[in-house]
Design a binder for this molecule. Sequence first.
Ligand SMILES: [Fe+2]
Ligand SMILES: [Fe+2]
Length: 153
Amino acid sequence: MGRLKDLRAMVDAELNRMENPDKRISAANHLYGVSLAATMIARRRGLDPELAAMAAMLHDLHAYKTGSYDDHAHRGAELARKILADLGQTDERETDLICSAVYHHDDKLVVDGPMDEVLKDADVIHHCMNDLSKAVKDKEKARFEALCAEFGM
Ligand SMILES: [Fe+2]
Ligand SMILES: [Fe+2]
C-alpha cells in the first residue's frame, strides 16, 4: 500500500468514530474532495501532489474529532504531526510541509508558502464547487476568482 492509502485508512478510522452519520458523510466528502482538488492544483503548479493530498486529508480532522472549529487549523497541525509520526512514512521535511499547510489553511486572506497555498485553494475549490448553486462566501471570493482565472474555469 502507498502512504496516501495508509494515511486515508487512519483518517477513515477517525471519521468512523463520529457518531452522527450525516456529519460523518459530509466530513469524508470534504476531506476527499479537498484531497482531489489539492492533487490537481499541486500537479499544475509543479509541487508534490501526494504531499498535498495528505495535507488535505488531515486539514479539518481536529474539527471533526472534537466537534469544534475553535483554532482548528493550529490544533489540527499538532494532530497531523501525531498522526504522521504514527504513520512513520514521511521524513522531517515532508512532515513539516504537511503540518505547515494544515496550520495555515484557515488564513485565506494572506499568502503563505506554495504548499500552504495549494491547501487553502483546494479548500476554497471544494467550498465553492461542491454545489455551484450556493453563493460564494465574501472571504473566499478573491481566491476563487483567481483560481478560476488560473485554471481557465
Ligand atoms: Fe478548516
Ligand atoms: Fe476544509
